[in-house]
Design a protein around this ligand. Structure first.
Ligand SMILES: [Zn+2]
Length: 310
């Protein structure tokens, strides 16, 4: 595992402001938000390492006993809550609260990372409120979420928020076969060619979990480029610029946003055990019904109530 902020590409302004905060008085409750694949987990690990590091600045030094334990996942004062797709229940929040009341084992600080923090149900969020509000002086909470809006306002207001940028081109796959599938898929989206969408999506069907998520990130970045193309924003995927421009001309902003959310959902499902071929069918079917709902499609002009809207 790479410690430190270099593990996270891009986000230079954010990293600079976090370094400054680390040198001064770091907030005890932090909310890291950003889309899937933007590096929230890596950043939380780097921050935890920096907070617990006992070596010389710049921290994390990567060489002290604390840094060693963190990179081996054995630091007793770093507690990571990661329920993945599952709900974070009130029992877990109570355990966090109880654990926060116990003094650190090794040094003078204790760090809790709560990944997918928006998966805390309301009871869990309420159970955590008080300790977030008045944490023991040695405790730091790092919450990460791709949907911070799903957190209670009371939780959000107790955290200092840091926003990560979407995955940069540096993290996006540049495999020519993947790019070609993405290109075919985007072209089919633009023209409303349902079969073409299936064929394009099928190009991702043999991918393992991690590359599948990367492929979804690539498509997400392309859709984001389409949505922002009129604003003159620098594209994340210049190699798909022609396709994203055409897509921007064919779809409304609402549809592009719905498409972006659909891709984010597939990316999250890929963290579980969803099979890639089924995910690809869902990708094509969902994208088709978002972009070309039956009532606006000439072949199905008579079927005004049919079709699935995601
Ligand atoms: Zn260190």
């Amino acid at each position: 595992m790479t410690l430190g902020f270099d593990a996270l590409p891009g986000n230079d302004a954010l990293k600079a402001s976090l370094r400054t905060a680390l040198d001064r008085r770091f907030p005890q409750a932090v909310l890291l938000s950003g889309p899937d694949g933007s590096g929230k987990s890596a950043l939380a690990q780097a921050l935890a390492a920096a907070l617990l590091c006992t070596g010389p600045a710049p921290r994390p030094c990567g060489a002290c006993a604390s840094c060693h334990k963190i990179s081996h996942g054995t630091h007793p004062d770093l507690i990571v809550v990661d329920e993945g797709e599952g709900e974070i229940k009130v029992e877990t929040a109570r355990r966090i609260r109880d654990e926060a009341a116990v003094l650190p084992n090794d040094g003078d600080r204790k760090v809790f990372i709560i990944l997918h923090a928006d998966r805390m149900n309301p009871s869990a969020q309420n159970a955590l409120l008080k300790v977030l509000e008045e944490p023991p002086r040695y405790v730091f909470f790092l919450l990460a979420s791709s949907q911070p809006g799903a957190l209670l306002q009371t939780i959000r207001s107790r955290c200092t928020a840091y926003q990560l940028a979407p995955p940069s081109t540096a993290q996006l796959p540049d495999d020519p076969a993947l790019l070609e599938s993405a290109r075919a898929f985007l072209r089919a989206l633009t023209t409303g060619d349902e079969y073409g969408m299936l064929l394009g999506a099928n190009g991702f069907s043999k991918l393992a979990k991690a590359p599948f998520r990367e492929a979804m990130s690539l498509l997400q970045a392309a859709v984001r480029d389409a949505a922002l193309s009129l604003a003159g924003t620098q594209p994340l995927v210049p190699s798909l610029a022609a396709e994203t421009r055409a897509l921007a001309g064919a779809l409304t902003a609402d549809k592009l946003i719905a498409l972006y959310d659909h891709l984010a959902l597939l990316s999250r499902r890929a963290e579980g055990n969803a099979s890639a071929p089924i995910q690809c069918a869902v990708l094509a079917a969902g994208a088709y019904s978002i972009c070309h709902p039956p009532r606006s499609h000439s072949r199905r002009a008579g079927n005004r109530n049919g079709g699935t809207h995601i």
